[in-house]
Design a protein around this ligand. Sequence first.
Ligand code: AVJ
Ligand code: FE
Length: 443
Amino acid sequence: ETAPDAETLRARALASLTTARDRTTLLTSCVEDPDLTAQVSPLMSPLVWDLAHIGNQEELWLLRTVAGREAIRPEIDGLYDAFEHPRSERPKLPLLPPAEARGYAAEVRGRVLDLLESADFHGTRLTEAGFAFGMIAQHEQQHDETMLITHQLRIGPPALTAPDPEPAPLSTGPAEVLVPGGPFIMGTSAEPWALDNERPAHRREVAPFHIDTTPVTNAAYRAFIDDGGYDNERWWTREGWAHIREHGIHAPLFWHRDGSGTEGRWLRRRFGVTEVVPPDEPVLHVSWYEADAYARWAGRRLPTEPEWEKAARFDPATGGSTRYPWGDSDPAPEHANLGQRHLRPAPAGSYPQGESPLGVRQLIGDVWEWTSSDFLPYPGFRAFPYKEYSEVFFGPEYKVLRGGSFAVDAVACRGTFRNWDYPIRRQIFSGFRTARSAHPETV
Ligand code: AVJ
Ligand code: FE
């Protein structure tokens, strides 16, 4: 394989930045200004904070660090530093009002597009293969997912619409497949825009295990609820049980019963519309504690992070690892439900063209998948370009999620991509699939 030339890299950077900005513009113009400055939930920033923060990070990395320019508005840096002010406090800060935030982000972008015209894509690690442009496009898309979460939390009439996933014949294959034991290559040293926590590529031993061929559905999760899963301490970790008791949690976030009592249908609120919970869709908005309890109730467990990645990338024909379950080609609409094209996951068993060689579907897109693993560095990890992207989060407080959701853009999703969050979190677009260790006789 030959490395892409400068014009290809320039076009790729431009397309990724433009796609991200189109989405940001939609997410911040589909509601009136008061909804941009409002605090929808203490878990979230006002949308207008995300907007100016996107511009500020772009200015910091591309204009100031790569191009060595002076700050446009140095006095605002502190306001948009995610570590200086927790999300719950951001509505009270003297933030740029919506028109100014838009103007600032647009001014930065205009200068970045000028810079891109003459950028060269080698030299430092930051400019190599256009990494800094790719990092900033990924950063904006990550905030676009965050802003979509804010829209989902907002009470009020729908502001966003999108077509449902195209109906497709669903998988009729087995419910689980065996992933062979042995080493595989985890992480990457080759993917040019991979972030620091995905690096470097290294060998991992994995014992043989079985993994679900689709994410766990709402119908399957309903069976856990109907069996009294939320009332039976034996399925829960100590922390998980304490958490659901203290907060009165008895179903996924956004679910409620039709009418009073415990007999009605389950309904859910989704981007301002209430609908019957669709049985064949992957379950969404569950915490790590809920995913873990369901798996234990089902006689199974969550996959570890290496197991998840082996299921997603290992090609038994070559023994190597691919970029995606379907191979090395960039995600296309037939492979996966990505990019906010749809505002819901597709039914479990969709996307035959996204299937892995071992027959596992929907590893990429639809719902983020909780793994059992803590967020830890790979052997040989080096923080780049800043410790606050990954390194400060390593440790047992965070669990890893893999595979991306319908809300993630392709630029920020691949077989090696790692996300993380607290085990109590469920406003994120989180679901899961289950696994079990193989018995020796089935290997
Ligand atoms: C990787 C999704 C956990 O949103 O907190 C955005 C991504 N980092 N700005 C987050 C991120 C800095 C991050 N996650
Ligand atoms: Fe950020």
